[in-house]
Ligand binder design. Sequence first.
Ligand SMILES: [Zn+2]
Length: 253
Amino acid sequence: MPSLALTFDDLFVDNWLAARPVFDAFNARVTFCVSHIHTASETQIAELIFLQADGHEIAYHSRTHPKLKPYLDEHGLDHWLEHEIDAGVAEHRALGFPATSFASPFHQSTAETRAACAHRFAITRTDGPRSVNTNNIEDRIYTRPGPDNTVDNLGFADIQHHAFPGWPWQIQLLDRIAEHGGTGVFTGHDIRGRKSGPGFYSTHRQLRRLLQAAADRGIRFQTLSEFALGRNSTTTDSTETAPNPAAAQSATR
Ligand SMILES: [Zn+2]
């Protein structure tokens, strides 16, 4: 079953919520990979609960988003696991977000971080889309996660990104997913109503174009954990995939 796992990183919660109509128009469920949740406002937490109740996944993206190599050089693996993984995972879970999936900050990982994360997460998103070329596209179209439950990114979900290779390449990736029949992971950040200033993002119009191009090719949309746990997003009943509907009902919006 060809599918696309769209991921959006960091904490652009207000703008993610504003993009709901775009996702809903395609029945697309995606993964929001959240860091810095301890700095989120009550409104932002309520918005994340709302997105989760829609069937989107709230995944883990570290606690403070440090660069990996200098952190490991200075503090070591155990310190990273304690402070950047386990402490933040506990914060997510206390708020009702399961932290089933992990997106490595800056797409950085080592053999030891990947092995340690394999014990903690059903899936870890690792290398970024810049290392994709015509020779390794199919290596990144998955029927199941790779060693240590990892998947590398295939494409960009940030169309406004200086490294975005252009729509012909984007369409080629979607064609290969459709032919191959597996899952490709695309990575993005912010989603804005229109083009505005610097940053990594897609506009609603650009996101709609991507979703339409995928839908035109029979590609379905899955969250990272749906992919990792072997569930295809064939259901149209979002309540079935919402882990915490009771919490959503208590949300203020
Ligand atoms: Zn990030």
